[in-house]
Ligand binder design. Structure first.
Ligand code: TXA
Ligand code: MG
Length: 312
C-alpha cells in the first residue's frame, strides 16, 4: 500500500503526531531534504527506519528538535555549541555533542555512541510536528540507503511510499543539500560533512575549525564511510562539454540537457542538484557534469558529486 500524501495543514500535523505516537514513520519536508521521521526515543520505531532505508545500524541518526528545553535535555552544549546553535538554529547545521544523562533519545538512534547529532530544522512543517509531538524526531534523509536524497515529496513516494505511513508534501526543499555537520566534542570544532552553512560562516562564529584529519577508513561520522548519493548512471565530473551518448548537466552559461543554474548561482545549483541528477538518471546511462567552483556552497555540492561519481 502506498502512503497517503497530505498537504501541510492541521489535518496533516494531527495525523503525523498520531502516527509518531504509535511508533510509525512520517516523511516530512525540511529546508534541506525530506526526512524519514520517527520518535527518536522509541527503539522499535527507530528500528523500522533502519529497516525501511536498508541502512547499516552502525550509522547513527540526527535527532531533530524544536525550540525549548529539548536540546539541552539531550546534549551538552559547551561555549562553541551554544554560539553555533544561537547563530544558525533553526537552520541547516547539525551539531555533534556529548550525550547528557537526562537524554531520552534511544541508543539505537545514536548507534550506541556516547555522542548525539542534533539539529533544529528551519521548516514550519517540521517544527510544528516536533513541537506538537513534544519529543525529538530521528530523521535520516528519506531515501533508500546509498541513494540520492529526496528534495520533493514525489521522490519519497517513489522510493519509500510502501514503507512509510504518511508523506507530508511541502513542495521542493529550499536548500536541497543535507545539513552541515560539525563535531563539537573535541578541543576545537571539526567539520564532519560540508553543507548549506559554509566553513567561512562557521569559523566566523566558532573560530578556526580543526584540520580535516578524518581517516576515510574509519570516519568520525559513520555515514561518511558509505558510497552515497548514487545514481545508476556513470558520472563524469568537471566536463566542459558532453561526449557522444552523455547527458550534460550544466552550470552557468553554456546550456546543457539540464542546467543547475544558468546564472551561476550556487544556492540555486544546490537546490536543483538532487532533483536534476534523478531526472537525468531516469533517462541516461552516462552524465557529464560541468565544473562547479569550490568556494562557499560549491564545496558541499562538489562533495556530493564526488560521492555520486565514485564507483569503488
Ligand atoms: O539535512 C539533514 O541533515 C537531513 C534532514 C532530514 O535533516 N538528514 C540527514 O540525515 O542527512 P542522514 O541520516 O542522511 O545523515 C546524518 C549524518 C550521517 O553521516 C551520520 O553518520 C552522521 O550524520 N551522524 C549522526 N550521528 C552522529 C554522531 N553521533 N557522530 C558523528 N556523526 C553522526
Ligand atoms: Mg542520507
Amino acid at each position: 500500500m502506498n502512503a497517503p500524501i497530505l498537504a501541510p495543514g492541521d489535518e496533516a500535523i494531527d495525523r503525523a503526531v498520531e502516527i509518531l505516537r504509535a511508533g510509525g514513520l512520517v516523511a516530512l519536508p525540511t529546508e534541506t531534504v525530506y526526512g524519514l521521521a520517527c520518535d527518536a526515543t522509541n527503539p522499535k520505531a527507530v528500528a523500522r527506519v533502519f529497516e525501511a532505508k536498508g541502512r547499516p545500524r552502525f550509522n547513527p541518526l540526527i535527532a531533530h528538535i524544536a525550540p525549548g528545553d529539548m536540546g539541552v535535555r539531550e546534549g551538552r552544549f559547551d561555549e562553541t555549541a551554544t554560539a553555533l546553535s544561537a547563530a544558525f538554529w533553526p537552520g541547516p547545521l547539525t551539531l555533534v555533542l556529548s550525550v547528557t544523562n537526562t537524554a531520552e533519545v534511544c541508543d539505537l538512534a545514536r548507534a550506541g555512541l556516547k555522542t548525539i547529532a542534533m539539529r533544529m530544522p528551519d521548516h514550519p512543517v517540521a517544527l510544528d510536528v516536533i513541537g506538537r509531538f513534544g519529543r525529538p524526531l530521528a530523521a535520516p534523509s528519506a531515501n533508500r540507503s546509498g541513494r540520492i536524497s529526496p528534495t520533493r515529496a514525489e521522490h519519497v513516494a517513489g522510493e519509500l511510499g510502501d514503507a512509510v505511513d504518511l508523506i507530508i508534501d511541502g513542495g521542493p526543499c529550499r536548500a536541497g543539500l543535507e545539513s552541515t555537520v560539525v563535531d563539537c566534542t573535541g578541543d576545537r570544532p571539526a567539520l564532519l560533512r560540508p553543507g548549506p552553512v559554509s566553513v567561512d560562516e562557521i569559523e566566523r562564529v566558532a573560530g578556526r575549525l580543526a584540520p580535516a584529519e578524518d581517516d576515510p577508513a574509519a570516519p568520525k561520522s559513520p555515514g561518511r564511510l558509505l558510497r552515497h548519493y548514487a545514481p545508476d548512471a556513470r558520472l563524469r565530473l568537471n566536463a566542459s562539454a558532453p561526449e557522444p551518448g552523455e547527458a550534460y548537466l550544466g552550470f552557468g552559461p553554456g546550456g546543457g540537457d539540464l542546467n543547475l543554474s544558468p546564472g551561476g548561482d550556487l544556492a540555486e545549483a544546490a537546490a536543483n542538484l538532487f532533483a536534476m541528477l534523478r531526472a537525468l538518471d531516469a533517462d541516461y546511462d552516462n552524465i557529464a557534469v560541468a565544473t562547479i567552483p569550490e568556494h562557499g556552497l560549491g564545496a558541499a555540492i562538489n562533495d556530493r558529486l564526488a560521492r555520486a561519481a565514485d564507483r569503488s
